[in-house]
Design a protein around this ligand. Structure first.
Ligand code: SAM
Length: 218
């Protein structure tokens, strides 16, 4: 399988065709080898229009969703970004090409370890990963120019609003455990927050102090 050709098809048919136009995001999606973030047995599916299992009942997000969330942050290159839910590390890799530094939190240590290895293999050294509850953000490193949450929250964790820089954007899925609305919240200069609903989506649950309290139905 020619992975470069598969990536180009993915970008043209799944991402550009659905309206993502940010050239820096499209270039990053063309560049990052998504197959390295899944098990060898799934390499041939790595550029399909789907999320895929990565173990621990978690998933690598659908390429279109990774591109859309990245584009929704409207990045220029100078930003420090907080990512919640490192998972396979694929979204972190895309962000690492788009910004100055990525701070990523994953609650499952085996996934965080595997993501670290792949990012190191690709020499993507501007990603800091820590294991912990990402629903409380990363206070030591706040404020952030953008926060991207790759798991579905029952509500907007207040810590994210507080850890956002003025002008910064928070992109996160909010809803119930099976389906959510992707929201973008921008911190305005006057202290208010602008809220936008971007699209429907389905993410695994955000589990923690300011998310769902348990992994399964309560
Ligand atoms: N964007 C990732 C990728 O490209 O592989 C996929 C993320 S996956 C859909 C969601 C991840 O969020 C899972 O790995 C899950 O363990 C993690 N997660 C859920 N709740 C979390 C929390 N409170 N803090 C940190 N990570 C969390």
């Amino acid at each position: 399988m020619d992975f470069a050709i598969a990536r180009r098809r993915m970008v043209e048919q799944q991402i550009m065709a659905r309206g993502v136009t940010d050239q820096r995001v499209l270039d990053a999606m063309l560049q990052v080898p998504r197959h390295l973030f899944v098990e060898p047995g799934l390499h041939s599916h790595a550029y399909s229009d789907a999320s895929l299992p990565i173990g621990e009942k978690q998933t690598i997000s659908q390429p279109y969703m990774v591109a859309s969330m990245s584009a929704a942050l409207e990045l220029e290159g100078h930003e420090r970004i907080l990512e919640i839910g490192t998972g396979s590390g694929y979204q972190s890799a895309i962000l690492s090409l788009l910004v100055k530094r990525v701070y990523s939190i994953e609650r499952i240590s085996s996934l965080a370890g595997r993501a670290r290895k792949v990012l190191d293999q690709l020499c993507l050294s501007n990603v800091n990963i820590k294991v912990g509850d990402g629903t409380i953000g990363w206070k030591d490193q706040a404020p952030f120019d953008g926060i991207l949450v790759a798991a579905g929250a029952p509500d907007i964790p207040t810590e994210y609003l507080q850890q956002l820089e003025i002008g910064g954007k928070l992109v996160l899925p909010v809803g119930d455990r099976s389906q959510q609305i992707l929201m973008r919240i921008t911190r305005l200069e006057n202290g208010n927050y602008k809220r936008e609903q971007l699209m429907g989506c389905r993410f695994v649950p955000l589990i923690g102090e300011q998310g769902w309290l348990t992994a399964d139905e309560d």
